[in-house]
Design a protein around this ligand. Structure first.
Ligand code: ZN
Length: 72
């Protein structure tokens, strides 16, 4: 079963992505981070996360932004 992101998912990603961009790299605070937003679908919920790469300090990390119940 494939679950496509709905409008609420997109909005949530946008909001959290914006917050992350304002904060920048969590290691060094560099603002021009490279990131990829993704949704991982688990049994009961969707997990929204960002994969972040910092070109300034070479930090790489995943940041979980939010979770939503799949039946929301
Ligand atoms: Zn950094």
């Amino acid at each position: 079963m494939e679950i496509l992101p709905d409008i609420e998912d997109i909005r949530l990603l946008e909001n959290h992505t914006y917050d992350t961009l304002k904060t920048g790299c969590k290691e060094c605070g560099f603002k021009q981070i490279i990131f990829q937003a993704a949704i991982s679908v688990e049994r009961e919920n969707k997990v929204f996360f960002l994969s972040v790469e910092c070109p300034a300090c070479d930090a790489e990390y995943k940041e979980i932004m939010a979770m939503r119940d799949i039946n929301d």
